[in-house]
Structure formats: structure tokens, C-alpha cells
Design a protein around this ligand. Structure first.
Ligand code: NDP
Length: 294
């Protein structure tokens, strides 16, 4: 069997195109969606992500503003900036790019963002809302994107056994919350694995849908996948490749070559979950703006 490729890139393009008229409608009602992205320091990967988010906003018609602060910024200074953005009526969504420099307490910063502008969905209020299935909560962009990919590529979620490898607050845990919900895109039986899980391959082999969010290049091998399972690869890892222009290339947490002969469908890296994450950030920004239009 050769797995069907679930192209996040294509689904993301369709979803972004569908958002444009919605944004147009808000503009006609006098509100231009506005997203402020805060970047502290010089992390090269963060700089790339922030640039990609800015470009995607611009293309969709969302006003986006990137505020760059030096590495030595104090927590106090960052909190003051967030207070200003919280109060700014032209800013509907606030995103603080992680990771933050070590002198800044990440949780304190995430809690300072107004929950109704927290388009990343990391404020405890939104985490709680998502956990109890309250649709006014912002769903974190990556798991929200994975859920949309599954839905839009016709994968049966309801009743399926989903195994998620990874329990981070950004991916694994909210992914479990979304797929557990008693609603469309939910109703799955969910198992969450992590570094202390015993006999991981036997658990992953019991999955109808296997979601890898580990952060280790090609960790999930073909023999860890049940024949016919759907495999979603969230991982983004750099591996050295002297033949590549930059000297490295991006690979997922799944050994794509080994997995594609076993799975029934699989997401590629790049071009899989990544574009969906940015798309769902745009959706969350529009959701945040709509609150002010009603
Ligand atoms: P974290 O490092 O926060 O979490 C990794 C998780 O994997 C942890 O729960 C950890 O377990 C688990 N893990 C690590 N080693 C093993 C192992 N040997 N066996 C089983 N579980 C293990 O990573 P993130 O969730 O932030 O990100 C995961 C991946 O997804 C990364 O590659 C990241 O780059 C990528 N990513 C991609 C995005 C996209 O848009 N495409 C967005 C966000 C992330 P424990 O909790 O026990 O330590």
C-alpha cells in the first residue's frame, strides 16, 4: 500500500481563500482585523516563523504589526507592552512568539494577554474553555490545524483510536482535548504518550490515527504504525544535508519513507501541518475580531 498524501499546503490555501470574503465583510463594517506579533530576541527559527505569519496576514487582508524587542528586554518591559496592546482597540489578536529569553517567565507573560485577544490559545482561560468544549475559547493553532486537516481530508475521527505521541501544552494536550470533544471533529478515543510511556511501539500500533509531536527526527518508524493507519506528522526537525542549499533540510518526527508503505494516509514535512498552523492563526484572529463586530 502506498499512503495517500494529505497536503496541508493545499488545504491551507483553500481555507485561507475562504477567509478573504469574511475579512472583507469585517472591513466593510469598519473593522480591519489586527494582529500584533511580539518577538523578543534573535532566535533564527522564531524570526522565520514571525515573517511567515506577517506575510500570511498581509495576503489575507489582516493588518499585522511585528514588534521586535532586544534579547535583554526585562519581563517588566514586556508586560508593559502587552498591557498597551491589550488596551489598543485596533489590536484584536496578540501573539507572543515563544521561546522567550530566560530572564522572562513565559507563563506570567502568557497570562497577561487578554483572554479575548489570546489568538494562540495559551492563556489558562482559553485552555480551560477548550478542555470543556466551550467554542468561545481560542483553540491553539497547531492542533486546531491538525483537526481541520483530518476533517477536510475525510478521515473518520469519530470512534477512532487516536494515539498522540507528545504531551506539550502547545500540541499534545490541546490535541487530545479537541479530539475528545463531544462534537464534530471529536468523539475519538484518545491515548496520549510521552517519554515515560512503556512499550511505545505497541501503543502506537493500536492507533487508527497516529499523531507524532515529539521533536525527534524520524523517531516513528514504519514498524510502529498499524497497516492502514492515518499518520499526522507535527514534527519539524533540522537535519544536516550537505546537498541542500542551506546545508540542512527539514524532516518530521516520522520516518516518511518507512511510513508511507504502511499507512493509508500521511502528512509530509514540509507542506503538512506547518501551513495549517499559520492558517488557523488567521482564523483565530478573525474570530477575535468578530467579537467586536457583533
Ligand atoms: P516538546 O518538546 O514541548 O514536547 C515533546 C513531547 O514529546 C513531550 O511530551 C515528550 O515527553 C515527548 N517525547 C520526547 N521524547 C520521547 C520519546 N522518546 N518517547 C515518547 N515521547 C517522547 O515539543 P512540542 O510539542 O512543542 O513540539 C513537538 C514537535 O512539533 C517539534 O518537532 C516541533 O518543532 C513541532 N511543532 C511543529 C509545529 C508546526 O506548526 N508544524 C508547531 C509546534 C511544534 P515528556 O513530556 O515526557 O518530556
Amino acid at each position: 500500500m502506498l499512503a495517500r498524501i494529505i497536503s496541508g499546503k493545499e488545504i491551507a490555501e483553500e481555507m485561507r481563500a475562504a477567509l478573504v470574503p469574511e475579512i472583507e465583510k469585517l472591513k466593510q463594517a469598519g473593522i480591519t482585523p489586527g494582529l500584533s506579533v511580539v518577538l523578543v530576541g534573535e532566535n533564527p527559527a522564531s524570526q522565520v516563523y514571525v515573517r511567515m505569519k506577517g506575510k500570511a496576514c498581509e495576503k489575507a487582508g489582516i493588518h499585522s504589526d511585528t514588534i521586535k524587542l532586544p534579547t535583554e528586554t526585562s519581563e517588566e518591559e514586556l508586560l508593559e507592552l502587552i498591557d498597551r496592546l491589550n488596551a489598543d482597540t485596533a489590536v484584536h489578536g496578540i501573539l507572543v512568539q515563544l521561546p522567550l529569553p530566560k530572564q522572562i517567565n513565559e507563563q506570567r507573560v502568557l497570562r497577561r494577554v487578554r483572554p479575548d485577544k489570546d489568538v494562540d490559545g495559551f492563556h489558562p482561560e482559553n485552555v480551560g474553555k477548550v478542555a470543556i468544549g466551550d467554542p468561545t475559547g481560542f483553540r491553539p493553532a497547531t492542533p486546531y490545524g491538525v483537526q481541520q486537516m483530518l476533517l477536510r481530508s475525510g478521515v473518520e475521527i469519530e470512534g477512532s483510536h487516536v494515539v498522540i505521541v507528545g504531551r506539550s501544552n502547545i500540541v499534545g494536550r490541546p490535541m487530545a482535548s479537541l479530539l475528545l470533544q463531544k462534537d464534530k471533529g471529536g468523539n475519538a478515543t484518545v491515548t496520549v504518550c510521552h517519554s515515560r510511556t512503556k512499550n511505545l511501539p505497541s501503543v502506537t500500533r493500536s492507533a487508527d490515527i497516529l499523531i507524532a509531536a515529539i521533536g525527534k527526527a524520524r523517531f516513528v518508524t514504519g514498524d510502529m504504525i498499524r497497516p492502514g493507519a492515518v499518520v499526522i506528522d507535527v514534527g519539524v526537525n533540522r537535519v544536516n544535508d550537505p546537498t541542500a542549499e542551506k546545508g540542512y533540510r527539514l524532516v518530521g518526527d516520522v520516518d516518511f519513507e518507512g511510513a508511507k508503505g504502511v499507512a493509508s494516509a500521511i502528512t509530509p514535512v514540509p507542506g503538512g501541518v506547518g501551513p495549517m498552523t499559520i492558517t488557523m492563526l488567521l482564523y483565530n484572529t478573525v474570530q477575535a475580531t468578530r467579537q467586536w463586530a457583533d
